[in-house]
Design a binder for this molecule. Structure first.
Ligand SMILES: Nc1nc2c(ncn2[C@@H]2O[C@H](COP(=O)(O)OP(=O)(O)OP(=O)(O)O)[C@@H](O)[C@H]2O)c(=O)[nH]1
Ligand SMILES: [Mg+2]
Length: 443
């Protein structure tokens, strides 16, 4: 699917990885090559520029890991940024609280709506969601026939009403039928047009207002490259799309659309079509997709491991510092909190430490969502406050709370946790000077 792009990127990374040391001009040259192949793959120009700016910033600012080469580190940076560009994580279909979940498919003629409707229905059967398909193209009798053929192939009922010519009435009727038939989902297959015109958009808007779908998915053909991005923009402006299905990625699409749609429109790609048959549908997973494009899975894994080892080194350094001068300040607290989040709860380890009560154990469970708040609070302190938390009086706490945009109670709670951990550190020191040692976890 991304063969050509992958091959070219592989060549560039191969050259970068051969070098033992990377100078800035070398990085620059590598990035210029990447830029060229992304543009050749028809990725949006502006996106390419921003993407490479981020990669370059990271590549020049990155801490150097001792166990991997700089070239390998760049592969990892490009990979991570690619994942971000593609939307970070899969975007599953939303489910309505009261069934049926209405999924409306829109798009230009021949983009693959009817095929995708059947593919999605097949997927829903596997998930036990008893779907129905609704034919909302009153203009072309053959369109209804096509959906009925697909429906009987996969064993999904098709709601069609050849006598009704009004699309809005038709859509209301279909959703009502699905509801009566106790279907938990209904997929609306709407009519396509040759181009975006106000009549088409107006009709779709009225259908949307009438049945209020949970999902309004644009089905767009990846083979048309950048044009797909323009179409997505047009549909999104008119209909507030919730997702995109990119079809025909099995063909010789250059991949630019897949790489650009999310970045340009902000609408997530939810699925990709990878064949004419009803099982040719895949969830769009940014991480896996980036892996497929770069084909450098081994390198990415290697650098991830090295980064973990780096964190371990950092933990050991902290251990030494605590052991040496017995001091544990808020900067250390931030480091430990961040590492706990990476490593998961430390209960197992802490349970072995005498004097650790269950209250403290609960507190060491770090909620990943809260980590940002902890960071914000600590970063709102002055360096002096971080080193000497005992000077944090009421007015300082209030200022910090304001600066971090968090309630002052949260600042107090954090300081309480900090004191608990400080106490724990002292106990650990008594036990031989090891902190709740990330090193002890054997990673
Ligand atoms: N190779 C490939 N072909 C696809 C894919 N999705 C759809 N097609 C083909 O594209 C053609 C058009 O598909 P339809 O599902 O009829 O498109 P549509 O959007 O419903 O078309 P209209 O109803 O006329 O607007 C058919 O020949 C499909 O087999 C895909 O993911 N890969
Ligand atoms: Mg169709």
């Amino acid at each position: 699917m991304f063969d050509e792009l992958s091959e070219k990127l592989d060549g560039i990374f191969g050259r970068l990885r051969q070098r033992g040391l990377l100078t800035e001009p070398m990085i620059h040259e590598g990035l210029r090559d990447i830029r060229r192949v992304l543009l050749e793959a028809d990725v949006n120009f502006q996106l390419v520029r921003d993407f490479l700016a981020r990669v370059e910033e990271k590549a020049t600012g990155e801490r150097v890991l001792k166990s991997v080469s700089p070239g390998q580190q760049i592969v990892k940076i490009v990979h991570d940024e690619l994942v971000v560009l593609l939307g970070e994580r899969p975007a599953p279909l939303s489910v309505a609280a009261i069934p049926p979940t209405v999924v409306m498919l829109v798009g230009l003629q021949g983009s693959g709506k009817t095929t995708t409707a059947a593919k999605l229905a097949k997927r829903m059967i596997r998930e036990g969601r008893a779907p129905a398909l609704a034919a909302l193209d009153p203009y072309r009798p053959a369109a209804i026939d096509q959906l009925e053929t697909l429906g009987s192939e996969i064993g999904v009922p098709v709601l069609a009403n050849r006598a009704e010519r009004d699309v809005v009435a038709l859509s209301r009727w279909a959703v009502e039928q699905a509801s009566r038939g106790r279907h938990r989902a209904v997929i609306l297959d709407t009519a396509g047009r040759l181009q975006i015109d106000s009549e088409l958009m107006d009709e779709l808007r009225r259908v949307r207002a009438a049945v209020e779908p949970m999902e309004t998915l644009l089905v767009v053909d990846a083979m048309i490259g950048q044009e797909a991005v323009r179409i997505a923009q047009g549909f999104h402006e008119a209909l507030d799309l919730t997702g995109v299905v990119l079809t025909k990625l099995d063909g010789d699409a250059r991949g630019g659309a897949a790489l650009s749609i999310r970045g340009v429109t902000g609408v997530p790609v939810k699925f990709v079509g990878t064949g004419e048959r009803v099982d040719g549908l895949e969830v769009f997973d940014p991480y896996r997709m980036a892996g497929r494009i770069l084909q450098q899975g081994d390198v990415v894994g290697l650098v991830e491991k090295a980064q973990q080892a780096f964190d371990e080194d950092q933990a050991k350094a902290l251990e030494r510092k605590v052991a040496k001068d017995g001091r544990f300040d808020l900067e250390d607290f931030l480091t430990v909190t961040q590492q706990m989040q990476k490593l998961g709860p430390l209960e197992g380890l802490l349970k072995m430490v005498p004097g650790v009560n269950s209250k403290l154990l609960k507190q060491t469970k770090v909620d990943p969502k809260k980590i940002r708040h902890v960071e914000a609070i600590i970063l709102s302190m002055t360096p002096q406050e971080r080193r000497r938390p005992d000077i944090l009086n009421g007015s300082r706490r209030l200022r910090i709370a304001k600066g971090a945009g968090r309630p002052v109670q949260e600042v107090n709670r954090l300081l309480e946790q900090f004191r608990q951990m400080q106490k724990l550190m002292k106990q650990m020191k008594g036990l031989g000077g090891r902190m709740p040692g990330l090193g002890q976890l054997g990673i």
